[in-house]
Design a binder for this molecule. Structure first.
Ligand code: 5RP
Length: 219
């Protein structure tokens, strides 16, 4: 395992502390989450099942023996555990590198506690070095892209990719996101935008950072 994967695994092990027996668990998407699912499979918590943010995660959870239910049938969700592409000091995030941002945002919004796990390469002072994913309705692809240019970004269509919801994604380069909430609202207001991968209105509640010196927990 590479050093970075070891840090992700350490963050995933620390995130396990937030799993509550008897409660449905929200599970995100990505390589850090895959480590977390490995931890779940090893420790076998007494949970009734999971709510998943992607087809890929659903497959892994089922293969590990966990029931996966729809958010509509889980009832109120306690804890949601996911990774991120960037995290700032306010626990605001860029997510969607794996393309699962829409379901991730829905589950994060429904959960009482959002626990985010990252390795320390994802911590930034200013969000935006990682291209900001924006999921769009296909017919609005060009109009949204032009509006994103006006907002100061350089949108690029993610080639060969369609989300689990059937939509394309624009990755917006060269943004320096000084005010994440303002930008999230501005992009959300563009007709045809399904979801922007800025998680500022609903940031993480707990950020678990795998670093060389150990795991940092920021709240
Ligand atoms: C998927 C995501 C992931 O959480 C994000 O891309 C981080 O992935 P990884 O853990 O593989 O670095 O938002 O849509």
């Amino acid at each position: 395992m590479s050093k970075q994967e070891e840090l992700k695994r350490a963050a995933a092990e620390a995130a396990y502390e937030h799993v509550r027996d008897g409660e449905y668990l929200g599970v995100g998407t990505g390589s850090t989450v895959n480590h977390f699912i490995d931890v779940l499979a090893e420790r076998k918590p007494e949970i009734p099942g999971c709510v998943s943010s992607s087809k890929a995660t659903t497959e892994r959870l089922r293969a590990a023996g966990f029931d996966v239910v729809d958010l509509n049938s889980s009832g109120a969700l306690g804890v949601y555990i996911d990774g991120a592409d960037e995290a700032n000091a306010h626990l605001e995030l860029i997510k969607g590198g794996g393309g699962a941002l829409t379901r991730e945002k829905i589950i994060a919004g429904a959960a009482r506690t959002f626990v985010c796990m990252v390795d320390d390469s994802k911590r930034v002072d200013l969000l935006g070095r990682f291209p900001l994913p924006v999921e769009v309705i296909e017919m609005a692809r060009s109009s949204v892209a032009r509006a994103l240019v006006k907002l100061g970004g350089e949108p690029e269509l993610r080639t060969g990719f369609i989300s689990d919801n059937g939509h394309p994604i624009l990755d917006v380069h060269n943004l320096e996101i000084m005010n994440p909430i303002e930008l999230e609202d501005a992009i959300n207001a563009l007709p045809g935008v399904v979801t922007v991968g800025l998680f500022a209105r609903r940031p993480a509640d707990v950020l678990i950072v795998g670093a060389k010196g150990g795991v940092d927990v920021i709240t």
